[in-house]
Design a protein around this ligand. Structure first.
Ligand code: HEM
Length: 460
């Protein structure tokens, strides 16, 4: 990678600790100065293609896909042109869309489909803990990246009242890319989702830049970088992959084998490629881990906006299907996985002892996407632009979800779920106690039997 090292101290090996993670800093780690240029580079290919698609899209409907001119966040209610289909149609006759189409359909030579399939299996082998890590570390803890969240703050996608649906759509993308080999290969669900999201990112980028060009105070490109820049994307892919491998799963007692790590990284490297993000750093486990540690030093710097968005995630999910977890329970989960230092910096309430203890036995949740009655998404997301950056709403407010708009309010309460967890905990404790008691009794009996048979032998 074309990075240089400026600080003499950064050239030397030393132990460092950031946000509860201890690691050996080496000359190969990337300093904040090394990473900084990446905030000004971005996915130009998709951005240029998006310009043409926006023009074509506006010819088909009265709403451009950049959302200009409608000022509403309920864009999904109107029929919209599927950007992936439009890209496919335009690619043959247009230069920019043609280049993007060619790139996504060119499989890089480092892709080994068998390895990618093994990487998908890793996801399902540890499905529950992986989804827990993705929700509470990658997404919630990831809000600690104070610079990156400035873009999310502009769109409103992390407002308390819509964040649940936003997270379900992100989960849909993850489930599609991990589903099976056909799904991630060109034309499959995970492949198409990734391309749609790439175009969605390009639309958000263009929209924020357009507003900032007229109102520079809306978004400071100089200090924050281009919206959804290369460093932001490396950081996000890192939270989906390396953070899960070396932080999220180990904190739940799971250490992946070497082969599993290489395979899981290969899967996400291909997703990064499809989404137009830099991916060289994922070519070996060592370089991926170094990037994770470098980002912990350079990028995780929580701000007031970080705290607002992190709290909105908890507000949006609390007492909601499919988990019905209470706010306190989710706070306990956040402290457990992200550690006290980061959780406090994100202004997450301290969980009570009761909830901290409950976590020890919390069962894995079955996450449902398609059954709306069970709190699932109830539809397949097309990743259209719904949360349109606008000058009327320059930032996201910290909020709560009004009781009347909570899903399935009467069907199940969070306390009943927690009661179940408590009963499971007590039953397990009782079972453990009974087993221990039996073992002690049997042990005593064996010792006394051995002693008496020894004595008997001596008498003979
Ligand atoms: C490269 C890894 C990334 C993945 C896998 C990813 C995934 C997704 C997905 C699945 C969606 C669709 C959600 C929906 O339809 O509501 C989405 C939307 C969005 N993403 Fe990303 N994303 C990535 C990087 C980023 C980065 C670095 C940013 C910058 C902060 C970002 C900002 C957004 C925004 C603004 C939206 C539109 C919806 C909203 O306002 O929240 N994404 N992303």
């Amino acid at each position: 990678m074309p990075f240089s090292y400026h600080n003499k101290q950064d050239k030397e090996s030393s132990w460092r600790e950031r946000w509860g993670v201890k690691f050996r800093w080496t000359p190969q780690h990337l300093t904040p100065t090394d990473l900084q240029p990446m905030i000004h580079t971005y996915d130009t290919l998709a951005t240029e293609a998006a310009e043409h698609l926006d023009y074509m899209s506006s010819r088909f409907s009265d709403v451009g896909f950049s959302g200009e001119g409608n000022g509403t966040t309920q864009a999904e209610e109107r029929p919209r042109r599927d950007l992936y289909e439009l890209l496919q149609q335009c690619a043959a006759n247009d230069h920019d869309t043609g280049r993007l189409w060619k790139e996504i359909n060119t499989v890089p030579d480092w892709v080994d489909w068998e390895q990618i399939e093994r990487g998908q299996r890793v996801f399902y082998r540890y499905g529950g803990p992986t989804i827990t890590a993705l929700t509470f570390m990658s997404l919630l803890g990831g809000m600690g990246s104070g610079r990156t969240v400035e873009t999310l703050n502009r769109t409103g996608g992390f407002s308390a009242d819509v964040v649940r649906r936003r997270l379900l759509e992100t989960l849909q993308h993850t489930l599609h890319v991990t589903q099976d080999l056909e799904s991630i290969k060109p034309g499959g669900d995970g492949f198409v989702d990734s391309v749609r999201v790439r175009l969605l990112h390009a639309a958000v980028r263009r929209r924020v830049l357009q507003i900032a060009a007229v109102n520079p105070s809306y978004y400071n490109v100089e200090s924050l970088g281009i919206p959804i820049n290369d460093l932001d994307c490396v950081g996000t892919i890192n939270t989906f992959s390396a953070t899960v491998i070396w932080m999220g799963l180990p904190r739940q007692g799971i250490w992946l084998r070497k082969q599993e790590i290489t395979d899981y990284l290969a899967l996400w490297r291909y997703v990064a490629y499809l989404m137009g993000a830099p991916h060289e750093w994922m070519s070996t486990p060592a370089s991926a881990r170094r990037m994770m540690e470098s980002l912990l030093v350079a990028e995780i710097q929580p701000t007031a906006v970080s705290a607002t968005l992190a709290n909105n995630i908890i507000s949006g999910l609390q007492c909601q299907p499919p988990t019905y977890a209470s706010r306190q329970f989710m706070c306990a989960m956040t402290y457990w996985l992200n550690g006290r230092e980061l959780s406090e910096a994100l202004e997450i309430e301290h969980p009570s002892m009761y909830y901290s203890v409950l976590l020890a036995r919390k069962a894995l949740h079955k996450v449902l996407l398609h059954d709306k009655s069970q709190g699932g998404l109830g539809y397949t997301a097309r990743f259209n632009l719904k949360f349109i950056p606008s000058l009327d709403r320059p930032s996201t407010v910290r909020g709560s979800v009004p009781p009347e708009s909570r899903k399935n309010n009467n069907t199940k309460s969070s306390s009943s779920v927690e009661r179940t967890a408590l009963v499971t905990l007590l039953a397990s404790a009782a079972l453990f106690g009974a087993s221990a008691w039996c073992c002690v009794r049997v042990g005593k009996w064996v010792i006394s039997w051995a002693g008496s048979s020894g004595n008997a032998k001596r008498f003979l």
